[in-house]
Design a protein around this ligand. Structure first.
Ligand code: DON
Length: 304
């Protein structure tokens, strides 16, 4: 029997002792208002036990973690057809990189880089009656929590400074891989990134990916083939040009966001979420990466 609470506390204490050399994301000005000192971890076992430490119950902007929810919803709606418009190869490049998109004729490398997520947002816009409402409803349903909301201030802050995403969307549009208006797709995309959740809610929401497509209440949302594919995409592409490093150090499928959150999971065993807002140079949480490395090393629980 593992002493999970003691392990989380040990990790938290050890990370509080080291110098945090990460930087808060400031290219979305509203994100830069958060304290660098925050550090939370929440662990949920497939059997239902929960363990938490630090700021695990404080909500933050999930940013790119939302790309996993949009991918899951698009899979639900259009199945493998989405693969005609977005590839599933790691990009080896930063999340906002554009030159590959031009080289590869407007087909994004994968759904977790910005350009890929913008194509997925376009697919959702084409297939949902009330896109923002329906997407939020989907996230709430996975989490079993109706309190989850968008943060309008963060969405607006990102819109004002979102030149790189406008460039990506315009390039996609020029290649014919965006069916709706650039402005509408980006409005949806900025909102999905602005969703506020805490570490516990993230472990609840990601339960489906550890439990063959069934959520906490045992409702089937995705089939096992879709879950296999989403986990594979998280493992190979979830951390951009640090995906290899995350697999090497942590050994779990997962996803990060520039709000400082990371969620990871071991199929059939657990989901874990960390939040520490200061980022390393690749845009992934500096302390979150280390927390997860320590966790899988101490517990010997990883996919490898
Ligand atoms: O599009 C952006 O730049 C942000 N809304 C999301 C980026 C992000 O979270 C990258 N993840 N590490």
């Amino acid at each position: 029997m593992q002493e999970y609470q003691a392990i989380l506390e040990e990790i938290h204490a050890s990370l509080k002792r080291i110098e945090n050399t990460g930087e808060i994301a400031s290219y979305i000005p509203e994100l830069a208002t958060i304290s660098k000192e925050k550090l939370g971890i929440h662990l949920q076992l497939i059997t239902g036990e929960n363990y938490a430490v630090g700021d695990a119950a404080e909500k933050f902007s999930i940013q790119s973690i939302s790309k996993v929810f949009s991918l899951a919803m698009a899979f639900q709606l259009v199945g493998n057809n989405l693969l005609e418009r977005v590839d599933v190869e790691p990009s080896g490049n930063p999340f906002n990189h554009l030159s590959l998109l031009e080289l590869e004729n407007g087909i994004p490398r994968n759904p977790l880089i910005n350009s890929g997520a913008i194509v997925i947002a376009d697919i959702l816009l084409s297939n949902l009656k009330n896109p923002k409402e329906d997407f939020l409803g989907f996230v709430r349903k996975l989490t079993h929590d109706d309190t989850i909301t968008y943060n309008q201030k963060i969405a607006e802050s990102e819109r004002i400074t979102g030149f790189n995403n406008y460039a990506a969307a315009n390039l996609l549009k020029a290649y014919g891989n965006l069916h709706n208006k650039v402005e509408d797709v980006l409005d949806f995309y900025f909102h999905q990134c602005s969703i506020m959740m805490d570490c516990k809610q993230l472990t609840n929401a990601f339960f489906v990916f550890a439990n063959k497509g069934k959520c906490l209440k045992n409702i089937q949302h995705l089939n096992s083939s879709q879950v296999k594919r989403i986990n594979a995409i998280m493992l190979t592409c979830g951390f951009y040009d640090e995906a290899g490093e995350f697999a090497f150090e942590v050994g779990l499928p997962g996803k990060s966001g520039v709000g400082g959150g990371i969620v990871a999971l071991l199929p059939h065993c657990f989901t874990i979420a960390t939040w520490a807002p200061a980022l390393n140079q690749k845009g992934n949480s500096y302390l979150g990466m280390q927390a997860l490395e320590q966790f899988t090393t101490k517990t010997k629980l990883s996919i490898f």
